[in-house]
Design a protein around this ligand. Sequence first.
Ligand code: ITT
Length: 197
Amino acid sequence: MDRYLLCTGNPGKAKELREILPAQIQLLTLQEVDLPTDLPETGDTFAANALQKARFARDRTGLPCIADDSGLEVEALGGAPGVYSARYAGEAKEDAANMAKLLQEMNGVEDRRACFRTVLAFIDGSGEHLFEGEVRGTITTEPRGTNGFGYDPVFLPEMSDLTFAELDARMKNAISHRGQAVWKLARFLAEREVGDR
Ligand code: ITT
């Protein structure tokens, strides 16, 4: 079985990555290899941060590493919170506080367009690889639904009447930014395996 290190301390992300990646891939957690769960991410793009987290873990373990950097870009806020999505309302990285701040900033704003983005970085002996996904939608005026994590209750994906938090996990994964990026990674790994045969 192939073993990969999942370089995230966010349980919501980890759950989705596990759900989407093929079952024959064994995913190790940061705790299992004695690394901190809050890896350094000081870049100003999703790609830079995903690479920074994956490189940090790869340098220390030598394992094939997968890191996810993601966030919500809101048109009327000039792309904020963007790469600062996790710490939008402070260092504590609290979902409820982040959503409350976002709804406050968007109070009375008519243009509610937004985009969720994920960049996955995968590093192994073959080098560094990036996979991206994005989904467009709008910010609701109040939280709806209890599934998922993060900003899910306030994000209404395009062509859906339900927020990410009202969709079940399979539906969210089928259309989400993370779902798209992970499918690209899974296809890359599968095609490489076929090539190796
Ligand atoms: P790691 O760096 O350890 O992976 P993190 O939570 O710090 O965890 P990011 O820096 O990538 O991760 O921050 C992403 C932020 O965007 C965080 O607040 C998430 O809650 C939010 N987010 C990312 N994907 C999301 C999704 O699918 N649904 C809702 N919120 C999401």
